[in-house]
Design a protein around this ligand. Structure first.
Ligand code: S3P
Length: 185
């Protein structure tokens, strides 16, 4: 059950993590609970370009998608209205993206074990980087991205937890972060 405690949203809360760690589901639910604007970075990229992610990868290549992803991230985080944002799993691949996320918000890494991720993403045709043998692709990409998500303010495992417990953990860490930033002012 979600706590009754009141939370003042004074910073963006940005969810990062590998594909299939629950960023969109948790972000949406967290935004509803806090009655805050929700931005799903992948949806925003698709909305701005007008093509789906598989179409962008196929027609323009990954570099084009990454440029659009960076531009969209930067412009969304310029807003003074705090929001909940879920990012795509590869948004951490550019260091400038990581810098802006950590400067502008409270960054939460959602994690999950390989088996959990494979079970969640298997058969999903909307993720171009996981086409083919999903288990092999997830393993390769997890190895290639080792350490990329470690800059987050906190890490929360999503394997066995339900969404409400994950949200309570995020808010507990967020409140501690707000107290620490206020004390440092
Ligand atoms: C990607 C993750 C996807 C999406 C794109 C690339 C990645 O988002 O941005 O397919 O490189 O990890 P999700 O993490 O929401 O699946």
């Amino acid at each position: 059950m979600l706590t009754e405690k009141k939370h003042d949203l004074c910073h963006h809360i940005i969810l990062i993590g590998f594909m299939g760690t629950g960023k969109s589901t948790v972000g949406q639910r967290l935004a509803e609970y806090l009655q805050a604007p929700f931005i799903d970075l992948d949806h925003e990229v698709v909305y701005r370009d007008g093509r789906t992610i598989p179409e962008l990868f196929e027609q323009e290549g990954e570099g084009y998608f990454r440029d659009l992803e960076s531009k969209t991230l930067m412009s969304c985080l310029q807003s003074d209205v705090p929001c909940i944002m879920s990012t795509g799993g590869g948004a951490v691949l550019r260091s400038e993206n990581c810098e802006v996320m950590i400067q502008k918000g409270f960054v939460v890494q959602l994690t999950a074990e390989l088996e959990t991720i494979v079970a969640r993403v298997a058969g999903d045709s909307n993720r171009p980087l996981l086409q083919g043998n999903a288990s092999e692709r997830v393993q390769q990409l997890m190895d290639a991205r080792a350490g990329r998500y470690g800059f987050a303010h906190c890490q929360i495992a999503t394997d066995q937890c339900d969404v409400e417990r994950i949200i309570n953990s995020i808010l507990e860490a967020y409140d501690a972060y707000c107290c620490a930033t206020k004390a440092a002012e």
